[in-house]
Write a protein that binds this ligand. Structure first.
Ligand code: ZN
Length: 703
């Protein structure tokens, strides 16, 4: 008898197969004890609303809320063949059990469980749970297969997540689209995320700028800044700034205090996905998705980093003995001279090693697979360097520095200057020696001329510098900022009890990049010069959506309950019942909204619907072709731009994908008029009459 191994995708399946000694059998791999096959991400999904009855085929407010008692699954049409293959292998008589080897996380569990459910497989299951893709990790994983039942709660949480998204997403999106007659798609995580972006835009717009002034005195050896009575360098009053500027030059001051403070800064924790996405965005300019994709290749193809979709920045104590192998794997890279010998690790590891802070996967680490940098693409190398730098930092000493602050009194005016000097570079040495710049290292206003100054020394103001600044509006979000805001959505919540429950933030680390991409695809926001900017449509959507759905609170509460379900502390049923109730309430709230969607707020759109003059949104289809979709829901007109190559010229042509509802209605009347033309009383049924009638209708529509 053999075991069937179900991987998440082909590349991983082939890796597992090679370790298990399986050989190619065409569409799957087989060896003496294992058969290896794979999904292609999800092969099974939840049925759309129309499969729960004819009435749901039509989008109408009368049919809402849609709350089918049980949600069914179905095979995804596009990857149907792969599902059939997996099913045929599951059904084989010589297969006694299944090893679930999909991604070791909530969504991966769902991929496998839905396939087994759809295939009506009742064979025993085991779970492969590994954090790296190296040969030894795979081998060890197979030696320690877990009982599949141990992951039931994880499956329930995953399933609950998908049900919640179905009930909320379909109901609210349909309610919004019908009620406001505009294509609006809302969702459990995407809407509060979008609200973060639009609220920032509102703040920027309502921002009223002011001027302030600063004064710096040049004392010859050093410069110092003037501090107001409120202990800030910002002088709000222009007259006061001017009078200080003219009166201080040439005056003598006295050093009133010299204070030296020594400080230490502990090494940072290792990376989890979100933290790496943020740093990669800030330092390398990567998008969140680009980081995840690149990291996935480092994990799967090169096998030199551990499991990417982790939300932990800690490691478990059983990792510590593996440091030597992980460091040895770097010996042919530029990092070699920086790798401490294991006996020489001087870091205090008590913070990093924390079993309680690791749930599914530990922080991102290098694996023990020797690294050949020449095999990495430029992108991969850059990201890998970040991961390694951080790993080496966590194994390094504290950074120690001292700050000297000098205060000078010039005729009752207080000036202050500061000097920061590193005493021991510690973990900061890693990035310093790798030549990467960190803005937080030595402070910019360091005045090395402060050496040797003593209390009581007299100094003279040689010159005075007056500068005017304007207060700045809050900045738009970069992807790094947004990831941070999503992760810490709890910070925006006032209720401290709730804040605690919101620790998980908006979405999960694994899904945050997708949410950002989805909002861009749906024309709710766009990337502009490295910032995320809401579109007019996105702002209208947030303006009209029920307030609950745009707050982080509701989503945070749900996320927290999903977490409880995965830990076996809550069951699926009451959660789903609450979600259904919520969906119904949200629909009611949408319908009760007396506001209307305002297409003119969309600015001056480049593309306007030829039938109803509403703005059209640009969308890309799966093949990357440009579509323009009328945003008026009841119109529905959609056209596609097709490229035609004629000899050496590329011509653009339009092709109607979906006809406007208005055009369809028009044709219907035309037809009726044609067949009953002679009786219509419009005077005959000639072709000319028909054209005239049609023209008049068009005119009527324009007014
Ligand atoms: Zn239209």
């Amino acid at each position: 008898m053999k075991k069937l191994v179900l991987a998440e995708k082909p590349s991983v399946g082939r890796e597992l197969a090679s370790v298990l000694g399986c050989i190619n059998r065409g569409k799957y791999l087989e060896g003496p004890s294992y058969v290896v096959t794979w999904a292609l991400g999800h092969l099974v999904t939840l049925c759309p609303p129309d499969s729960y009855g004819e009435k749901y085929r039509r989008w109408s407010l009368g049919n809402l809320p849609m709350l089918p008692e049980v949600l069914d699954t179905m095979v995804i049409e596009k990857t149907k063949d792969q599902f059939e293959l997996v099913k045929s292998l599951l059904d084989r008589d010589d297969i006694e059990s299944v090893v679930i080897a999909t991604d070791a996380g909530r969504e991966g569990e769902l991929v496998a469980r839905w396939i087994l459910k759809q295939a009506e497989c009742t064979k025993k299951t085991e779970r492969l749970w590994i954090s790296s893709q190296t040969e030894s990790a795979i081998r060890q994983g197979f030696e320690n297969l877990k009982d599949g039942k141990d992951y039931d709660n994880l499956y329930y949480a995953a399933e609950s997540r998908s049900y919640a998204d179905w009930y909320i997403g379909f109901n609210v999106s349909r309610a919004m689209s019908c009620h406001f007659d505009s294509r609006l798609s809302a969702g459990r995580v995407q809407t509060p995320t979008l609200a973060l972006i639009t609220e920032r835009e509102d703040e920027i717009e309502s921002f009223a700028g002011k001027f302030y002034w600063t004064i710096r005195a040049d004392f010859g050896r050093f410069k110092a800044s003037y501090y107001t009575e409120e202990n800030t360098v910002k002088i709000q009053d222009e007259e006061k700034a001017n009078s200080l500027y003219t009166s201080l030059k040439g005056k003598t001051g006295k050093v009133v205090s010299v204070k030296k403070v020594s400080k230490t800064e502990k090494p940072p924790l290792a990376y989890d996905l979100t933290e790496l996405q943020r740093d990669a965005n800030m330092i390398l300019g990567f998008s969140a998705k680009q980081t995840l994709d690149t990291l996935q290749r480092l994990y799967e193809v090169h096998k030199i980093v551990t499991y990417p979709r982790t939300d932990s920045r800690y490691i478990t104590d059983d990792i510590v003995p593996t440091f030597s192998e992980r460091l040895a794997a770097l010996k042919n890279t530029d990092f070699a001279p920086l790798c401490p010998a294991v006996t020489d690790i001087r870091a205090d590891l008590t913070r990093l090693v924390n079993n309680a802070m690791v749930s599914d996967h530990h922080a991102l680490l290098p694996t023990e697979q020797p690294v050949d940098v020449s095999k990495l693409s430029f992108e991969e190398k850059q990201l890998w360097e970040l991961v390694i730098s951080r790993f080496l930092e966590t194994l390094s000493d504290d950074y120690e520095y001292s700050t000297t602050t000098v205060e000078i009194d010039v005729e009752g005016c207080l000036f202050s200057a500061r000097m920061t000097m590193p005493d021991k570079q510690g973990w900061r040495d890693i990035t310093r020696r790798m030549g990467r710049r960190f803005s937080t290292s030595v402070e910019d206003d360091s005045e090395f001329g402060l050496y040797g100054l003593k209390e009581g020394s007299e100094v003279t103001v040689n010159d005075v510098e007056l500068k005017r600044f304007a207060t700045m509006p809050p900045q738009r979000y970069t992807e790094a900022d947004l990831l941070y805001a999503m992760e810490h959505a709890g910070r925006l919540v006032d209720d401290s009890e709730l804040r605690k429950r919101l620790e998980n933030g908006l979405g999960t680390p694994a899904t945050r990049a997708d949410i950002i991409e989805k909002l861009i695809q749906n024309n709710c926001m766009e990337r502009k010069d490295g910032f995320l900017v809401p579109t007019a449509k996105g702002r209208e959507l947030v303006r009209l959506v029920p307030p609950q759905l745009k707050s982080a609170e509701l989503t945070g509460q749900w996320e927290k309950r999903l977490y409880e379900i995965s830990g076996g502390k809550e069951s699926e049923k009451p959660f789903i019942e609450d979600i259904k109730k919520n969906a119904a309430d949200l629909v009611k709230e949408v319908v009760a909204n007396r506001d209307t969607y305002d297409p003119t707020r969309m600015g001056d759109p480049k593309h306007v619907c030829p039938f109803c003059a509403w703005p059209m949104a640009k969308v890309l289809d799966a093949e990357g072709r440009v579509h323009y979709v009328c945003q008026r829901f009841s119109c529905g007109y959609e056209e596609m731009i097709i490229k035609k190559q004629i000899k050496d010229k590329v011509l653009l042509a339009k092709s109607v994908v979906k006809e406007s509802h208005y055009r369809r209605a028009e044709r219907k009347t035309e037809k009726t008029e044609r067949s009953f033309g002679s009786d219509s009383g419009n005077g005959g049924g000639t072709f000319a009459d028909f054209i005239r009638a049609s023209e008049e209708r068009k005119k009527g529509r324009k007014h």
